[in-house]
Design a protein around this ligand. Structure first.
Ligand SMILES: NC(=O)c1ccc[n+]([C@@H]2O[C@H](COP(=O)([O-])OP(=O)(O)OC[C@H]3O[C@@H](n4cnc5c(N)ncnc54)[C@H](OP(=O)(O)O)[C@@H]3O)[C@@H](O)[C@H]2O)c1
Length: 241
């Protein structure tokens, strides 16, 4: 029987890289995004759904996962950056939009999965170093990823038969980095932490989505050594304490 993976946000970036890595490993991959995954592969099943349209999620998942009784890995990867700006300049509406996409959509997904009765071995929620760094300008995004880490810890109690981890995937050269590395969109003198990202772009410190997908797919089984509900960062795994 084929192994199975559910990956959200697999139309681009890390989600697409992970899709390719799991297809290479012979998994059946189930994907969800608004644009849909452009890859064609008989082992890839894909559905278009705006995950901030909470009422649409149950029907999308029922359709996508019909007949599935076991998922080896669920990767909740879909996310948005929002605008880099000071907290004082961020409206509650802007913060809410990022929270909707990065946190509450995942709550609805987890609730559906819990009730579905599908046996799930591992659930990986894609977090960020921004969850803990507290650098200027990362406002709504940082709040959303910090909340995602706690969401992971809380849901770990409620998924006793699954292993949950919030994982910061490191820097990856995706559409998100295109925004962060664009001087017209983000002013490095106001938000100096982006200088490090710009220096990393084009080096081994910011792999392509395909390279990152491969590295993370290879890493995921070993995450089960951590306590369920943990937050970890690919850049610190394996470092001595
Ligand atoms: N790139 C980095 O350096 C980096 C670093 C740390 C963490 N991350 C995290 O990695 C994850 C992937 O980001 P990425 O860098 O690969 O960026 P990306 O290329 O922009 O990918 C984001 C993915 O999320 C999907 N998505 C966004 N909003 C959605 C919605 N409302 N409904 C359904 N799908 C939605 C997008 O699909 P559609 O547009 O087709 O809906 C896309 O497939 C995110 O959680 C991000 O926070 C990235």
């Amino acid at each position: 029987m084929s192994k199975t993976a559910l990956i959200t946000g697999n139309s681009s970036g890390l989600g697409l890289g992970l899709t390719e890595a799991y297809l290479t490993r012979g998994y059946e991959v189930y994907g969800v995004s608004r644009r849909g995954c452009q890859k064609t592969d008989h082992k890839l099943k894909d559905i278009r759904c705006d995950l901030t349209d909470y009422e649409a999620i149950p029907l999308a998942l029922e359709t996508l996962l019909m007949g599935i009784s076991h998922l080896d890995v669920v990767i909740l990867n879909a996310g948005i950056l929002g605008e880099m700006k000071d907290m004082a300049d961020s409206s509650l509406d802007e913060i809410q939009q990022v929270m909707d996409a990065n946190v509450w959509s995942n709550k609805v997904l987890l609730d559906w999965l819990l009730k579905s009765g599908i046996r799930i071995d591992q659930i990986v929620l894609i977090s960020s170093g921004a969850a803990v760094n507290g650098n200027r300008g990362w406002g709504a995004y940082a709040l959303s990823k910090a909340t995602l880490n706690m969401l992971t810890q809380l849901y770990a109690h409620e998924f006793p038969h699954s292993h949950l981890v919030a994982l910061a995937p490191g820097l990856i050269d995706t559409a998100m980095q295109e925004i962060l590395c664009d001087q017209d969109q983000v002013d490095a003198s106001q938000f100096p932490s982006v200088k490090k990202l710009r220096a990393a772009r084009g080096t081994k410190d910011m792999p392509s989505p395909v390279e990152a997908g491969e590295m993370i797919a290879a890493l995921i089984p070993s995450l089960k050594q951590l306590p369920t509900g943990s937050f970890t960062d690919v850049r610190t795994i394996g470092q001595s304490k």
